[in-house]
Design a protein around this ligand. Structure first.
Ligand SMILES: Cc1cc2nc3c(=O)[nH]c(=O)nc-3n(C[C@H](O)[C@H](O)[C@H](O)COP(=O)(O)OP(=O)(O)OC[C@H]3O[C@@H](n4cnc5c(N)ncnc54)[C@H](O)[C@@H]3O)c2cc1C
Length: 402
């Protein structure tokens, strides 16, 4: 049986950041991905300021070949049915990348032993060791490791096989995005979010390398077809969309661990990071917290192995601020000041608009939220967390505090 110090499952930003820290510390590290690399990932590919800083500091400059045009995303464009599109800018450069290339760059630059088309199947805890079962070319392989870092995304097989209770009763959403060749009257420097009923909680549009990217999110169990059709009809009518051909489709599942304050940093010698541990920011931004948590997990494992420290306790402590920021991102009072790209010098969203427009936009937003955000327990959880932060000065995070 092959032996490693650490097995990292999943070569997205979280897994690569973890692998890099382990390798920098001299640990024998295996980084696996079930897909053939480079792989696509349903994502807008907007690299927030915090993510850029992390990559520059830990991996070096992002190669130019990774970028999509127009290179820089200026911010978000919110569409309100009664007032039209409102553009909101960030104070920095948000880079536009193709996730296939960006993630592959990180995985290779991690320096770990990288194996693609290698799927994590399950694990057995054996004293101070973990015996992990992997599948490659339809063959099962066993590896023995001291620690396992689970970075396998929002629908984590590490969690499903090792701690299935984490997902008990958890509501799920799906996201789908399609790439088209065609024409549309929209500004390619912005990610559009349409606050229009009947198209799910997050109907979006962006453009990259002249490809029109249209997507929507929806609760698992609902059909995406009618929502996507409505969105396309809406864009034809309001943004002059014409489609010449369909180029690609991407989809994935999204958990609701952040708004429900149900993070899972791990158990025993298994540490979870990124989407898999439940970190997410507003609008679905998740690369910044995947990188940060991956780095913290790698550092904790290093101390666990080198100094005999309790890696999970160290990790819970270091990653707690990332959980707090994620909760902030669902807290209306904290959201704006904690985004991963600075917006502090920008005027308010409705700056320069009359009182009438502000009231109409507010009404549109309330109607939209009431109609599209029906995740069980979410409103209660968000209100509870926000009230606690306001009145007691901090969040209670069961995953870190118990
Ligand atoms: C539609 C959409 C748009 C988004 N846009 C943005 C954006 O513009 N900017 C941003 O910052 N964030 C965005 N996000 C969020 C971002 O994509 C995630 O937060 C980020 O990818 C999380 O990184 P991760 O490393 O935790 O997981 P992932 O990037 O999901 O990586 C997980 C990896 O694990 C692998 N894997 C899964 N199961 C196994 C297994 N059993 N064995 C081996 N490998 C396995 C997968 O193949 C995958 O490569 C978006 C998300 C969605 C859904």
């Amino acid at each position: 049986m092959e032996r490693y110090d650490v097995l990292v499952v999943g070569s997205g930003p979280g897994g690569s950041a973890a692998a890099r820290k382990c390798r920098d510390g001299g640990l024998k590290t295996l980084l696996i991905d079930k897909q053939k690399l480079p792989r696509r990932k349903a994502c807008s590919g907007i690299i927030a300021n915090k993510s850029q800083n992390y990559v520059l500091e830990n991996f070096g400059p992002i190669p130019e070949s990774v970028y999509g045009k127009p290179f820089i995303s200026r911010g978000m464009a919110f569409y309100f049915p009664s007032v039209g599109t409102i553009f909101t800018d960030v104070d920095c450069y948000n880079l536009y990348v193709w996730r296939s290339k960006f993630d592959h760059f990180l995985a290779q630059a991690s320096g770990a032993d990288l194996e693609d088309e290698t799927r994590f199947v399950g694990l057995k805890e054996k004293g101070e060791e973990i015996e992990a079962t992997l599948e490659r070319n339809k063959t099962l392989i066993q590896v023995a490791v001291k620690y396992l870092i689970g970075a396998d995304g929002a629908n984590s097989h590490v969690i499903r096989s090792f701690a299935p209770e984490v997902y008990e009763g958890l509501p799920w959403a799906s996201a789908i995005q399609k790439y088209y060749e065609g024409k549309i009257d929209a500004d390619d420097r912005y990610l559009y979010w349409f606050l229009v009923r009947g198209m799910g909680p997050f109907p979006w549009l962006n453009l990259k390398d002249d490809q029109i990217i249209i997507g929507c999110a929806y609760p698992v169990g609902e059909k995406f077809g009618p929502k996507l059709e409505s969105l396309i009809e809406f864009l034809k009518k309001n943004f002059g969309l014409t489609i010449k051909s369909e180029l690609a489709t991407e989809g994935c599942m999204a958990n609701t661990m952040t708004p429900l304050n149900r993070f899972f940093p791990g158990r025993g010698r298994v540490l979870m990071v990124g989407d898999a541990m439940g970190l997410m920011h507003q609008g679905g931004e998740g690369i910044s917290c995947a990188l940060a948590s991956g780095g913290f997990a790698g550092e904790a494992v290093l101390q666990g192995i080198r100094q005999g420290a309790d890696a999970l306790s160290l990790y819970k402590k270091s990653v707690r601020p990332e959980m707090e920021t994620s909760l902030d991102q669902f807290n209306p009072l904290r959201m704006r000041s904690t985004v991963a790209s600075d917006t502090s010098r920008q005027p308010g969203m409705f700056h320069g608009r009359g009182f009438g427009d502000k009231m109409k936009a507010l009404r549109d937003a309330l109607v939209f939220v009431k109609s599209e955000f029906q995740i069980e327990g979410m409103t209660r959880s968000v209100l509870k967390n926000s009230a606690r932060r306001l009145l007691l000065g901090g969040y209670h995070i069961p995953a870190a505090d118990k």
